[in-house]
Design a protein around this ligand. Structure first.
Ligand code: PLP
Length: 412
């Protein structure tokens, strides 16, 4: 192990790009825009294509700027290898597309990010069975397992009601039944939680959110923890059963997912995301601290009916969040009192932005039932505990005094 491998999360992150001696001693990996790569010896190009020599052949599959970001996130997650995609959704979709077949069964959280939920339903049209269960208790996952179950998918903290999954219990179950365990770590980020510690096989991060952190670039990352035994997985094509078995799954995702589906992260976005990631711990700590104070303020306000935030002792999975995560995150939802009009409230906020994004430096608010969960319909929303007056907040890094004052005047 080299000296720098022992560096802390932030030190290692800041110096990661320099570790492979970049041109001119630059501190940021350059934005490489070339789509094609040349070789002096034509045989070398053939070797690269055949995977017998490391190198680049075409920008849809590899790019040096994107590779540097992959190495950075692999380090943050303590993983084996990572594959970047154009968006978080592309990372989820390409992974499932590459690893599942018709006749397979997936168990996933019933409280998934809306577009992931929608995507899971689309996979049903291709002959893949999907069971949606409450993942806050691993017993529900266990009860849903079938002979053809291949993969379990959950998020760390669900959106918008902030349920915290039984990450350890599901990890044990997946280990025991040799199932691929995918954890979407977007809400917590590798600073608050590393899914590798609960035996996840893959970690998904939407880089668009906390890792990029500034709402100025889209990106997604799939990190392979190296913990899954691919030799027992029936869907790996013979073609990719070469070399170290720990790499088989990621190789198939890169070929069948990234290469064939083509949702490639661009080098400019990779640069923005890499720069943003340098301050992840500071932003995340500050935003979590702000969220805690804002949640406590809202909980004691008579115009707020309920507050959903894992940092409150009233939260059903408060102890679990405390045990697993460095901090309870910065996503919270508030249900306004029945006689408060949620649109009037949002319009009164001065420094809080009404927006669908999350994980930005700025505090963002959105009326959930009328926007991101509108397509689901009344019934499904009701089953998920999403009322018409529910507002999701992605708390930012503003001065807390300003946030508290803004909420106080808008609720008055
Ligand atoms: C935003 C988000 C995604 C999708 O990421 P994009 O980069 O917007 O495609 C996936 N999962 C979670 C939990 C998210 O919040």
């Amino acid at each position: 192990m080299s000296k720098s491998d022992k560096d802390g999360f932030t030190t290692g992150n800041l110096h990661n790009d320099r570790r492979d001696k970049p041109e001119h001693g630059v501190l940021h990996k350059a934005i490489h825009t070339s789509v094609a790569y040349s070789y002096d010896d034509a045989r070398d190009l053939a070797k690269v294509f055949q995977g017998k020599m490391p190198g680049y052949n075409y920008g849809r599959q590899q790019n040096p700027t994107v590779n540097a970001l992959q190495s950075r996130i692999t380090r943050m997650e303590g993983g084996l290898t990572s594959t970047a995609f154009a968006t978080g959704m592309a990372a989820v979709g390409s992974t499932l597309f590459a690893l599942l077949r018709a006749g397979d069964h997936v168990v996933c959280s019933a409280f998934l990010f809306g577009n992931t939920n929608s995507l899971m339903n689309t996979f049903r049209n291709f002959g893949i069975e999907v069971s949606f269960v409450d993942t806050t208790n691993a017993d529900n996952v266990n009860a849903a397992l079938q002979d053809n179950t291949r993969l379990v998918f959950t998020e760390t903290i669900a959106n918008p009601v902030t349920q915290v999954a039984d990450l350890e219990g599901i990890g044990e179950l997946c280990k025991q039944h040799k199932l691929i365990y995918v954890v979407d770590n977007t809400m917590t980020s590798p600073w608050l939680f590393q899914p590798r510690t609960v035996h996840a096989s893959f970690v998904v991060n939407s880089l668009t959110k906390y890792i990029g952190g500034h709402g100025n670039a889209l990106g997604g990352m799939l990190t392979d923890t190296g913990l899954f035994d691919w030799t027992v997985f029936p869907n790996i094509l013979d073609l990719y059963k070469q070399g170290d078995p720990a790499m088989w799954g990621s190789t198939q995702v890169r070929k069948k997912g990234l290469r064939d589906f083509g949702a490639t992260l661009g080098p400019e976005a990779a640069h923005h995301l890499a720069v943003g990631s340098e301050t992840l711990p500071m932003r995340m700590d500050r935003a979590s601290q702000n969220a805690q104070q804002l949640a406590e303020f809202c909980q004691s306000h008579h115009q707020v009916k309920r507050v959903f935030f894992p940092g409150l002792s009233s939260h059903p999975q408060h102890d679990r969040a405390k045990r697993l995560f460095k901090k309870p995150g910065a996503i919270m939802s508030i249900e306004l009192a029945d006689d408060v009009d949620c649109f009037d409230f949002l319009n009164k906020l001065r420094c809080v932005v009404t927006s669908s994004n999350l994980g930005d430096t700025r505090t963002l608010a959105i009326p959930v039932a009328h926007t991101i969960f509108y397509e689901m319909g009344d019934e499904r929303r009701a089953s998920m505990g999403i009322g018409d007056n529910l507002i999701r907040l992605s708390v930012g890094i503003e001065d807390i005094e300003d946030l508290l004052a803004d909420f106080a005047q808008a609720l008055a």
